[in-house]
Design a protein around this ligand. Structure first.
Ligand code: T1G
Length: 700
């Protein structure tokens, strides 16, 4: 039973009990209606309380149901809320904690609401590309006022119950209980107090006006336009609330809301956001590692290497209140590294993002050392030393001697083989990759690289720790480049071919930035450093001699144009400045190269640029899935969103491929493979794409 019914004397209590968050799925909606009829038929019942069990009053409609017939099956949420409003006896919502989306709309259909302090109250539908679709845009403004309601609905942000109860004239909460613990008794007492009050108060009968409606809603529209230019939902939220103030009657307002809601439900942006809502949560789940796997205690972390990465990594743990011992080989390297950390924190203080006392508390958790011995009581040691297997061997052999038994030994390597690194120790089960993205204290993505022998509790521990340091952790198997860098290599390869064939760096960048990336491939590599790609290509030429690349990137490096750090890369930069200026030198180098290759440049459309860049990610991502390097396509989407700036409203490369249609992706790839200047081998479709396309399906 997901809506339990109990009788307490003359009060019936309906308890939503549909873990994990009392999502208002069909069974729960039916349960509420059934419970109401029982209370209706029982003459001894004078009032009804509706409350929630567990970690939520209700987290809203069951998003898992969206797009399935169940979500439209009666009793739909509207009719359940109507049943509450029309009930002949007072219904009191007793809200003990999270009350969101359809859960708040349900509470607004009750005659009264009693809440505990500290409840998280929100209409977060806009974060799913939607708007409250069960009367929230019509009822919330009636109980807290038009402006606070517009704010809550257009941002989806939560407000604590005690804050809402302080809004002058608010009618959202009829009573704020003293505490969560006293809520049940206080709600019972309140229900008995109002048992005979008639007429029963209905939110729908409250007035809903704004004295300067035109001006306010224009202001609100301008605000949301700036806030989310790629998302249609915030502006529709404003339209819906405006309808509450302008409609002839409540029902008309509901109809407007319904139309706007259904329209948004069909938008690609909402499908992307709903996909990412689940992908983000699924990423923390490892198919063969049960979520209740015992985790190791991580009370103290060691970081080896005080460079940019080491310092950034250390900051993540200091920010989470976990002491760090940072090891370097030379005192000046330590001092330089700590200096960079201090500068980073001081910059946050200047921006008002960090308080001085917090900064000092964090730095107090940092100790530094030149001796491995000082790492012997660390529970987790992460090395961020030079990206060379020989250096890693020295570090891990030393760690094997010094680290306590059960310590997790992690490498921040971005390309090296974690199994080889694990083999430098006698404890491969304790070795794992923790690939942070630069700047490590800012980028949310953490690739957790699972070695063949990495123990399951090590993985479970690192995934839980990632949550604690506010990272989006994605598990990757061992391969060159893991998930993100393996795919970005194909993307960069295509960017080079596009130059050979006639595009300019700025045209390629502009096309993909119009698609939604914050930075195109050439601006991005100018920022990261062209020499990084150069080193990888040199290795690649040896390991995979038949892999094709445009030589323009190598020619650029041979000119010493490594990017911003040399004030010259694919673009020209004024010393110390970041704005990228198209370079005549680079244009000439590309032109000379084309001539030398006998290539007649052609006009390349932005569409072709975007397809070749994005589909190269999709094809490599499908191979990564086939090889089991990633366990879910949503994981790959999360990598691209949190590590590479893939536009959120497109849902990630694999989700986007589904929106385009895998059949269309396949046709485009076959076209690209016929281009002699491209790399037919790279466009050989992953078997998974062919199979799914043939079945008219997309990635799970
Ligand atoms: N539907 C289905 N599953 C949900 C869910 C929901 N509304 N909310 C959470 N879950 C699952 C989630 O996938 C995860 O599952 C588990 O619950 C724990 O979630 C008509 C149309 C409520 C604050 O947008 O913000 O109402 O991974 O890890 O950190 O107007 O979940 O364990 O299998 O996030 O404690 C509007 C979304 C819906 C709220 C709890 N409501 N949820 O946070 O746990 S649309 C929302 C949250 C709607 C109406 C419209 C949070 C939370 P699993 P969690 P948490």
């Amino acid at each position: 039973m997901t809506a339990e019914y109990q009788v307490h004397g003359d009060v019936a209590v309906i308890t939503l009990n549909n873990p994990p968050v009392n999502g208002l799925g069909l069974e729960t909606r039916q349960g509420i209606v059934d419970a109401l009829s029982r209370a209706e038929d029982d003459a001894g019942i004078k009032a009804v309380i509706i409350t929630g069990a567990g970690k939520a009053f209700s987290g809203g409609a069951d998003i898992k149901e969206f797009g399935t017939p169940k979500s439209l099956q009666d009793p739909n949420l509207h009719s359940v809320i109507r049943a509450l409003e029309n009930f002949s006896k007072p219904v009191v919502a007793a809200i003990h904690t999270v009350c969101m989306g359809g859960g708040l709309e349900l509470a607004l259909g009750c005659h009264y609401r009693v809440a505990a302090p500290g409840c998280t109250v929100a209409l977060p539908e806009v974060k799913l590309g939607l708007l409250p679709g069960a009367g929230g845009t019509q009822r919330l403004p009636r109980v807290i006022g038009v402006e606070p309601a517009t704010n809550m609905i257009a941002t989806g942000e939560a407000v604590p119950s005690e804050m809402l109860a302080m809004i002058p004239g608010q009618k959202l909460f009829d009573k704020l209980a003293a505490s969560v613990e006293s809520l049940p008794a206080e709600a019972l007492e309140f229900a008995r107090k109002v048992a005979d009050v008639r007429p029963l108060p209905l939110v729908r009968n409250l007035p809903c006006k704004h004295p300067q409606g035109e001006a306010y809603f224009q202001f609100a529209r301008n605000m949301v336009k700036g806030m989310a230019k790629n998302f249609p939902a915030p502006a529709k939220c404003v339209d819906a609330v405006e309808a509450a103030t302008k409609s002839r009657n409540f029902e008309d307002g509901l109809t407007t809301e319904r139309d706007l809601f259904l329209n948004l439900m069909m938008t690609p942006e909402s499908r992307s956001l709903r996909h990412l809502f689940f992908a983000e949560r699924a990423a923390s789940k490892i198919p063969d590692v049960p979520s209740d796997t015992p985790k190791r205690d991580v009370r103290k972390v060691g970081v080896i290497g005080a460079g940019t990465m080491g310092g950034g990594i250390a900051m993540n743990f200091l920010n989470a209140g976990i002491p760090v011992t940072m090891l370097e080989m030379k005192q000046e390297a330590l001092e330089r590294g700590v200096g960079i950390m201090r500068k980073n924190y001081e910059a946050q203080i200047k921006k008002g993002k960090l308080k001085q006392d917090k900064y000092e508390a964090r730095m107090a958790l940092l100790s530094t050392t030149l001796s491995y011995d000082d790492l012997k009581d660390c529970d987790l040691i992460i090395e961020a030393v030079f990206e060379d297997l020989g250096v890693k061997e020295q570090v891990f052999s030393k760690l094997d001697e010094v680290a306590k038994s059960g310590a997790i030994l992690a490498s921040n390597t971005s390309t090296l083989d974690v199994d080889k690194i694990a083999a430098f120790t006698k404890r491969p089960q304790d070795v794992v990759g923790m690939h942070f993205f630069s700047p490590a204290n800012v980028m949310k993505l953490l690739e957790v690289v699972r070695g063949a022998k990495t123990a399951k509790d090590v993985l479970a521990t690192v995934m839980a720790l990632a949550k604690k340091i506010k990272k989006t952790a994605v598990v990757s198997g061992v391969c060159d480049g893991f998930i993100g860098n393996r795919m970005i290599e194909r993307y960069s390869q295509q960017a080079g071919f596009l130059l050979d064939e006639g595009a300019t760096p700025q045209q390629v960048d502009k096309a993909i930035e119009k698609f939604g990336f914050p930075m195109g491939p050439f601006r991005m590599i100018d920022m990261a450093g062209n020499d990084i790609g150069w080193a990888i290509r040199k290795r690649r030429y040896v390991e995979q001699p038949d892999i094709k690349y445009s030589k323009t990137a190598d020619l650029l490096c041979e000119m010493g144009r490594f990017g911003q750090k040399t004030s010259a890369g694919w673009y020209d930069y004024e010393a110390g400045k970041r704005d990228a200026k198209p370079s005549a030198v680079v244009a000439k180098m590309i032109e000379d190269y084309r001539q030398q290759q006998g290539i007649t440049p052609r006009k390349i459309s932005d569409d072709e640029i975007v397809q070749r860049l994005i589909f190269s990610l999709v094809n490599e991502g499908a191979k990564i899935l086939e090889e089991g390097i990633a366990s879910k396509s949503g994981d790959i989407d999360m990598v691209y969103l949190t590590g590479y700036g893939f536009p959120v409203w497109r849902g990630g490369p694999m989700h986007y491929a589904g929106e385009v249609g895998l059949f269309n992706v396949l046709q485009a790839m076959k076209r690209f493979a016929r281009n002699p200047l491209d790399d037919a081998k790279a466009w050989k479709p992953a078997k998974l794409i062919e199979t799914l396309a043939a079945e008219g399906k997309t990635f799970e």
